[in-house]
Write a protein of this length. Structure first.
Ligand SMILES: [Mg+2]
Length: 189
């Protein structure tokens, strides 16, 4: 059975931070004009950052604010019949090393609840995704698709829309816009 490593945030799910930031700052910001994944750093005023991170990691569950990408769950359940699925998700936030690990329990619980057909032994929580070798990788960050996979799929997200076809080609990465396109590639036989 071939192995697929699938990212969680902005791959299976979408959003989260924008709603949280809007609630925290009492703003109505939208994803338009946001093309950098680290945009939160620029939006939260420096003097409010410590308090915001405490709010993010100690007071709320990030996964109460996300949406699931269309058909992500169905497609992954189908894929799990033909491939061994690993979910790999980062949690380390260098701005708040003390509290960021609280994310792990929320990630774990969300995965158990929403992907009950995946063996929890196959949940991997790390930022060092490139050291892991699987046949196929699916992620929204090109930096996570550098090494150790035969087929690498970049799922379109607000922050990666401007990555050129050339750059993807150089990295041997194929862009997919949604989970139906992933199903078409991986379930066509
Ligand atoms: Mg991601």
């Amino acid at each position: 059975m071939k192995k697929i490593m699938i990212d969680l945030d902005d791959t299976i799910t979408t959003g989260g931070y924008l709603d949280i930031v809007n609630k925290y700052l009492n703003t109505n910001l939208t994803y338009e004009n946001i093309n950098n994944q680290y945009w939160v750093d620029n939006i939260i005023p420096k003097e409010k950052l410590t308090k915001y991170l405490n709010y993010l990691y100690n007071e709320i569950n990030f996964y109460d604010y996300i949406k699931i990408n269309d058909n992500a769950i169905n497609v992954i359940e189908n894929l799990s019949k033909y491939y061994e699925i690993f979910i790999c998700s980062a949690y380390v936030d260098k701005r708040d090393l003390k509290n960021c690990a609280n994310l792990i329990i929320h990630k774990y619980n969300w995965l158990r609840e929403n992907l009950p057909f995946i063996n929890p032994d196959n949940f991997i929580f790390t930022s060092s995704k490139n050291i892991l070798k699987t046949d196929i990788k699916i992620d929204d960050r090109l930096s996570n698709l550098k090494e150790n996979a035969d087929l690498k799929l970049l799922i379109t997200a607000y922050h990666n829309k401007n990555i050129s076809e050339n750059e993807l080609k150089e990295n041997n990465v194929i862009r997919v816009n949604n989970w139906n396109e992933i199903a078409n590639i991986l379930l066509k036989n």
